[in-house]
Design a protein around this ligand. Structure first.
Ligand code: FES
Length: 383
């Protein structure tokens, strides 16, 4: 409605009064239904963070002596896009227990948009053994949002990634290699993978043949044509390092210590080394003691047994209590909970709490062990 100012005295008031009537008429004609607003940024946030997505086991294939590739198909909802190298948390009910565990994604971000996620599962631990031995195709699982910062970042990382892996630690790099081959990641990648023998390699090295990707397999207990023999030493690493290299490592802690020592010997800048964190597992104790664990989830209260060698998350899941969890190594803060009473232990290397958390007795149950009877308040899980 245009309002043109008049130079005639009193004319403005007459025009304004006419405008009021016109406004009333427009208001009366407008339906009383609320306007629908959806901003692009909200749509994007919803697509990237859909919460838990229901999925089915679509396929299981053995890929080495102790590793299986499991393909998940969406069973409602869409798998979100992710950065190659990130992990998902799988959860499901198995008997009386509620099981959950993070797995690196080995398929590419493009596959996720097509409704497919692949993970590699090593026969180690309760949930992985359940997936391999007891969960048939068609088993329903919940898939948490992709998480983790173990992915290439143009600002932080160099253009060439020297990816060093052992055992099932190759998994995030399989996703990166696929993303590079599909063009959704632009960096160069050299994979240096350590295995005992060819039978222990859980992937097909020939599948890596593409522009921007090179693979070097180092066998410690077998000599074979086309493979290096020995260990991932400074001599070997020096062949693949240049001024534009960042090192990414994923594997056992012993491998991290050894390779870091070798890189240090080469004078490699430690700020260009990144390593994926491993889940916090059971700890060694002189004597296994059992305590009473009281858990509050909003108004619900549970009472259960917890041992001093297992994390509080493990005790909760064993009792079938669906606890909020993601990284399982104390770093993401997703399981952030409050201790109301009791003593506990967190290893310094797994303690990523802020000083305010420590002051007000907040913990991450995925990296905390009970040291006495203990009472905690944990967040509710919303699948
Ligand atoms: S799940 Fe990440 S801190 Fe506990």
């Amino acid at each position: 409605m245009a309002f043109k100012r008049s130079n005639v005295p009193g004319e403005d008031i007459k025009l304004a009064m006419g405008m009021t009537a016109k406004r009333r008429q427009l208001i009366d004609e407008t339906p009383a239904t609320p306007l629908v607003y959806e901003y692009g940024v909200n749509r994007l946030a919803k697509a990237l963070h859909p919460g838990y997505v229901k999925a089915l086991i679509a396929d299981k294939v053995s890929c080495s002596a102790d590793c299986w590739k499991i393909t998940l198909a969406s069973a409602g909802g869409v798998f979100p896009y992710f950065r190659a190298g990130q992990f998902i948390t799988l959860s499901c009910k198995a008997g009386e227990s509620f099981l959950s565990r993070p797995y690196s994604i080995i398929s590419s971000p493009k596959d996720a948009l097509a409704g497919k996620l692949e993970i590699m599962v090593q026969r180690k631990g309760l949930f992985s053994s359940f997936l391999i031995d007891e969960a048939p195709e068609g088993t329903e699982l919940w898939v948490g949002e992709p998480s983790g910062d173990f992915h290439h970042d143009d600002i932080r990382d160099r253009g060439h990634i020297l990816a060093i892996a052992g055992g099932s630690g190759v998994t995030p790099f399989l996703s990166m290699i696929k993303a590079v081959s599909e063009g959704s990641e632009k960096f160069r990648l050299t994979l240096v993978y350590g295995a005992r023998t060819r039978a222990h390699i859980p992937f097909d090295p020939d599948a890596f043949k593409c522009d921007g990707v090179d693979a070097v397999i180092v066998l410690s207990e077998e000599e074979a044509e086309g493979y290096r023999h020995g260990f991932i030493t400074a001599d070997l690493l020096s062949e693949y390092i240049d001024d534009d290299t960042s090192v990414f490592m994923c594997g056992p802690d012993a491998m991290y210590r050894f390779v870091r020592g070798e890189l240090q010997g080469l004078g490699f800048d430690p700020s260009r080394i990144r390593q994926e964190r491993n889940s916090v597992g059971d700890r060694k104790v002189d004597e296994i003691k059992h305590f009473n664990l009281i858990v509050h989830i909003r108004d619900a209260v549970y009472e259960l047994d917890a041992a001093n060698n297992e994390t509080l998350i493990t005790a909760l899941e064993r009792a079938g209590i669906p606890a909020v969890v993601r990284c399982r190594n104390g770093s993401c803060g997703f399981c952030h909970s409050r201790v109301l009473n009791g003593e506990y232990f967190i290893a310094a290397k797994d303690d990523f709490r802020r000083s305010a958390d420590k002051k007000f007795n907040y913990i991450h149950p995925c990296s905390t062990y009970p040291e006495s009877d203990i009472e905690i308040d944990i967040p509710i899980m919303n699948p």
